[in-house]
Design a protein around this ligand. Sequence first.
Ligand code: N01
Length: 538
Amino acid sequence: MTMFDVVVVGAGFGGLYAIERLRRDGLSVVALESASDVGGVWFHNRYPGARVDIESLDYCYQFSSELTHEWRWSERYAAQDELLRYLNFVADKFELRRHIRFNTTLAGARWRPDQARYALTTHTGEALSCRFLMLATGNLSAARIPNFAGLASFEGEWVQTSDWPERDVQIEGRRVAVIGTGSSGVQAITAIAPRAQQLYVFQRTPNFSVPARNAPLSDEAYAAAVNMPDRREMLLGTPVGSVFGLPAPALNYAEYSEAARAERLQAQWALGGQGMNRVFADQGLDLAVNAVVSEFVREKIRELVKDPAVAEQLCPQDHPIGTRRLCLDTGYYETFNRDNVALVNVAGDPIEEITPTGIQLRGGAKYEVELIVFALGFHAFRGAMDRIDIRNAAGASISDAWRRGPRTLLGLMTAGFPNLFHLTGPGSPSVLTNMALMNEQHVDFAADLIAYMRAVDAETIEPELAAQDVWTDEVTRAASTLLRLNVDNYMVHVNADDGSRVFMPYTGGLARFNATCRAIAADGFKGFVFGGKGEMRS
Ligand code: N01
């Protein structure tokens, strides 16, 4: 059996930095990665049009000034291939590959309290052992697998955006269907439309999408960013870990004059990106204020889409803007003006089955296609963890502990699961922030905690139940007045028995979160229980 101090699971943004940091701290570390190379979501989501929706200057590692100066992003929002090149560059520069076992899936992990170690088994049956298990498995990595009736009979080709093949997928000259209109679908649809002979877009729920305003990255913007002193600290002090492309903080709606409101709406639309989420400070709290912004964007959709009936179907009416993740696009709505693109509204007439030659709706309509692209989303937050059979000493899984919604301390650890870190988990700002920086923040906190354990001669670490309860209450309190709590989306856990709702990420912002983490660390990691060789303390 091979023994390590730390086994990291995943070699995306989080996993790569974890290797670098933990190795620097003198720990023996290996990462298990089921894919054949580094990149995580940017390895798998190689669909046409895939692109980040946080500005590239922010969505990258901040831990190495040398790295920051060596990498020159080409666009405001990097495309998937550039992001993957970047992560490969990082892996090579820091010589991380020799610590990664590719094509290796962690199948199970058992906590052995007598040894204070995890016993791990890979998918090939190989046994490993580690003191710390660090899950860098991502929150949006376990895709919803299409389970439409008849799929096995389909004689054409089908692919998933979340697991796009490395080989060429033929689009030219083909009739193509895209099912799903979230961020992935919106990007794929826009990129596939000019290439396909015919494109059918199967939409169940329209989402708000706003122009990304992607553009080449200017030398001035690049130089300003890379030469900024204490850039990492500055980003950690912002609400979402991002500064580029963000407008100055907004005031509440009531504080603007009628003319200023109209000006602000236009200015934020022109700015693009996340601007429409920040027109008025209270748009995420006040339904009437939100309605103004929502209607403004609906009007833009009606202006952009020539056929009024199609435009109306593309207008979201069932949720306020920003309560589901805003999509960023480069010409999405204009796509529906093309002669070769048709919107198929499956809200009231769902897909009945996939036939050998295409897709049939319950109402009987048939669409003949040669390629189906599924962009169905993910089993968010716990999906990737559920694929690994992780058990604590009592035989319980994380999912058991989170049955009525996640309960964590700082999104990083769960009481009852010693020495197990789940990076960027629920209870951290997570998917609401720049995930490149969020991963760095969490890895650093975990690494500092491990270093502190050495100093106090502790073998095990886990959250104190009371501290975890306090933090979980804080996460609940922070989200309690938000409109998005009451809209079904992948960030909300709904308890089937009583309908109670839990907003999973921490909505208090990265700056407050980071300050809380630092205060806890400065106070001897108060709220964590240290055990083992050293004296038990909390
Ligand atoms: O997934 P989604 P996504 N019949 O869950 C539809 C990040 N991301 O992969 O809403 C018909 O948003 C489903 O319909 P409905 C980002 O955080 C970032 O697109 O359930 N349709 C929905 O339209 C994002 O928010 C980037 O009614 C069916 C779609 O599938 C997150 O990942 C790019 C269906 C799923 O949308 C997830 O985005 C991509 C059915 N049976 C992703 N089942 C960027 O950085 C599901 N759907 C830009």
